[in-house]
Design a binder for this molecule. Structure first.
Ligand code: GDP
Ligand code: MG
Length: 743
């Protein structure tokens, strides 16, 4: 194996929730640096520690349960180990939950990296009545073991000292060999011999480990094997298939399950004979089991879960209302201020409609995201989220999703009124990348809070007598669409097995407030840092699309001349009031009529400008296609603007229909205008509702999809695919309705 290792590099590995971050912070203090692994959303934390004139570099690997590439985190952690080859890995385990945590330890040892075991949460273990013979455990494992309490920093010096000393020794990797039963062992031996002979992936990992990954059908390893040595890889895959087949026939089992069983067997043996003494009755596992009797009960479980999901939803969207309103008010007064101090012109328009609105849009999501992540961090840290996943897994698995997908759907608007931006980010709790992608791509079908006012307007215009039924129907429709398309995606472009639900339910734990806040802040800040800039850029682009290239000078002049001649007939103070956008007082009926004409003229000019803009031209061009579902250029341009934010659809439609205010200064309701329009009817309105429900997510969501999936192509895919689906269904509704004679 190539030697690239750096004696000052130490990696921290461990299961999620074992206290890794707490320990990392206790050791490195403020001397840390947060970034991301290249091209993906998984966070990479590095920190420094000074010891005896050396500067040790600590890297906090993502929390994982295994080293098989089931998820991005696992892939990242493993790649780091085999590529960067840290001389020592500090493996942090939760001492109060020893057996399950050692599962990762065993895999690290199978890979062969030199490890120091940090036996963390010793306080919690003691409270549970668990006694661990540290020396005996160290002797049996053959690695140094240091007890720690990360929360108080106890044991951290000794831990780092041990690791630092070990890193100077430059030990060779010595893989642990575990027996997996006769069938697998025999195959492993054969495969490992061939791998070693051919030198396949010899630069990164031991031969037996590569063979093991072939048996576990690890896509990344098999993929690289195929690229490096197709012939050999073919043989290895054939052997693996043979073993799988044989296990199926003889033991009704499969390789991953057998391998996991034997690892747990190894651990059980390791802890026998007094290494761990537990005083069972009073322990937390016992309490956990008691809680689970109620919380995952067949009858009460689902009820409590629904109540919890509803509470998360309420918390996310209701409690955040106050800060959302403050932010909105702040940005609108900023806009008014800019309006009052700047001379009219393109720069002013760019600043107000492009930049201030854009930044406002980015910041406006922050409370939603923060509240959502706080709620999720609570459910995750207590261990309840794993129960939700467990209860819903069967249902969602049918559609190629995962029990945890439910959170993303609910937040995105599964309970009508959510938002797909935090919704898409909630998909982060999913471990398998395929299931996560399928969730990311279908969650935007839900009826978010920005679509609702548009639906409400159309329903008020055309289905006024059945408002409640319509809203219910739309909720059912969006869930049906999301689940069916998830199924479609998972059986085509994202085909692959479901994540095996190996994970046992972790014991319940009361999270600390500080821990919750740190988790929430880290994730929220990441949104601002990563998604914010892109959202702002696209917002400016949209402003330009809707305002350029303004009306030709000749047409502008006609409007100006008409306006001048109207204004000329008004008295000085009325004219001043109109110019400042105030409603003049004490006008004669004639004057009032003239003022109204001026306003009408303004709206007509706005309409003409919109039609003349790039967006308007695209909208007109699209009529060739959109006529199949009955949409004209006005609807098209509104839908285009809806990509900036769905609620804008209403105001753009208003401009496109050159709506303004009535004499008393009230907005003319768009719904009345559409209801009275001979071009519109309930069928067309329904086709439009279906289209809006399903078409491309707003660009803030698309940005988050790109960030969360780590690839531009999935953002583009969601735009193209969703719009295609929306179009097909809208055509189906519209043409089908006409055919049935409903239109
Ligand atoms: P990570 O997911 O591995 O990064 O875990 P965190 O560092 O976020 O810790 C998970 C939870 O365990 C937090 O609520 C911590 O406060 C808590 N925790 C961490 N170390 C200890 C410890 O030594 N004892 C106890 N009782 N709690 C701990
Ligand atoms: Mg952490």
């Amino acid at each position: 194996m190539t030697e690239r290792s750096d004696k000052d590099l130490i990696a921290l590995a461990g299961n999620p929730n074992c206290g890794k971050t707490t320990l990392f912070n206790a050791v490195t203090g403020a001397r840390q640096h947060v970034g991301n692994y290249p091209g993906i959303t998984v966070e990479k934390k590095e920190g420094y520690y000074h010891l005896d004139g050396r500067t040790l570099r600590l890297v906090d690997l993502p929390g994982t349960y295994s080293l098989t590439a089931y998820s991005m985190e696992e892939l990242v952690a493993r790649d780091f180990l085999v590529q960067e080859r840290p001389r020592v890995v500090i493996d942090i385990i939760d001492a109060s939950n020893l057996e399950r945590n050692l599962y990762l330890t065993v895999q690290l040892m199978e890979l062969g990296v030199p490890i120091v075991l940090a036996l963390n949460m010793m306080d919690a273990a003691a409270a549970r009545g668990v006694e661990i013979d540290v020396e005996e455990l160290s002797r049996r494992l053959g690695v140094p073991v240091v007890p720690t309490v990360a929360r108080t920093g106890k044991g951290k010096e000794k831990l780092i000292g041990t690791a630092a000393e070990m890193s100077l020794q430059d030990r060779p990797w010595t893989p642990l060999h575990i027996s997996y039963g006769p069938d697998i062992d025999l195959a492993l031996e054969r495969m490992a011999a061939e791998i070693a002979a051919a030198g396949l992936m010899a630069d990164v990992q031991p031969a037996r480990w590569t063979a093991l990954k072939y048996l576990e059908a690890d896509e990344q390893v098999v993929g690289r094997g195929r690229a490096d040595n197709p012939d050999l890889s073919g043989c290895l895959e054939a052997v693996a298939a043979q073993v799988a087949d044989h296990l199926q026939k003889t033991l009704d089992s499969y390789p991953e399950a057998m391998i996991a069983d034997h690892r747990y067997g190894f651990i059980a043996a390791l802890l026998k004979g007094g290494v761990v003494k537990e005083n069972r009755k009073s322990d937390r596992l016992f309490l956990s089991d008691q809680l689970d009797r109620v919380l995952t009960n067949r009858f009460f479980g689902p009820l409590i879960m629904m109540a919890t999901l509803y509470a998360v939803y309420q918390f996310t969207f209701n409690y955040s209302q106050l800060p959302v309103a403050w932010i909105a008010a702040g940005f609108s007064s900023l806009g008014r201020f800019a309006d009052s101090v700047m001379p009219p012109g393109p720069l002013k328009s760019l600043l107000i409609s492009g930049i201030i609105d854009g930044v406002g849009g980015v910041v406006g999501f922050v409370p939603l995201i923060a509240f959502m992540f706080l709620a999720i961090a609570f459910l995750e840290d207590t261990g309840y989220l794993a129960r939700v996943a467990y209860m819903l897994d069967r249902v969602f698995r049918t559609f190629g999703l995962h029990g945890s997908s439910v959170m993303a759907f609910i937040i995105s608007g599964g309970i009508a009124g959510g938002c797909a931006v935090p919704g898409v980010m909630a998909a982060r709790t999913l471990r398998s990348s395929r299931e996560r992608l399928a969730t990311l791509l279908t969650a935007p079908f839900m009826n978010c809070g920005a679509k609702l006012p548009v639906f409400a307007m159309l329903i008020a215009a055309f289905f006024a007598t059945r408002q409640a039924q319509m809203m219910f129907l739309l909720t059912v429709l969006s869930w049906t669409a999301a689940l069916l398309f998830a199924k479609l995606i998972r059986s085509t472009i994202l085909r692959g097995p479901s994540t095996p639900f190996l994970l046992e339910l972790p014991p319940y734990r009361l999270p600390t407030f500080k821990g919750l806040l740190i988790h929430t802040w880290e994730r929220t800040w990441e949104y601002i840092r990563r998604a914010g800039t892109l959202i702002l850029a696209i917002s400016i682009l949209f402003w330009a699309l809707m305002s350029y290239p303004g009306l030709p000078e000749s047409e502008k002049k006609i409007y100006d001349e008409q306006r001048q001649s109207l204004l000329a007939g008004l008295s000085e103070n009325v004219r001043a009031a109109v110019a400042e956008g105030r409603t003049p007082e004490g006008m004669t009926p004639e004057q009032a009529k003239t003022v109204e004409w001026v306003h009408t003229l303004d709206h007509e000019q706005a309409q003409a400008t919109l039609k003349h803009s790039i967006a308007g031209r695209i909208g007109s061009g699209l009529e060739y296609v959109s006529r199949y579902c009955g949409f004209d250029w006005r609807t098209n341009v509104a839908l285009l603007s809806g990509f900036a934010a769905k609620e804008i659809i209403i105001s753009t439609l208003g401009t496109a229909y050159s709506l303004g205010k009535t004499k008393r200064g009230q907005d003319i309701p768009l719904s009345d205008r559409l209801a009275a329009d001979s071009q519109w009817n309930p069928l067309k309105a329904f086709a439009l509702i279906v289209f809006i429900m399903l078409y491309a997510p707003c660009f803030a969501t698309v940005t988050c999809i790109i960030r969360e999936s780590g690839a531009w192509k999935w953002g583009l895919f969601s735009m193209v695919f969703n719009t295609a689906v929306a179009f097909l269904l809208a055509v189906l509704v519209y043409r089908g309705g006409i055919w049935l004679g409903v239109g």
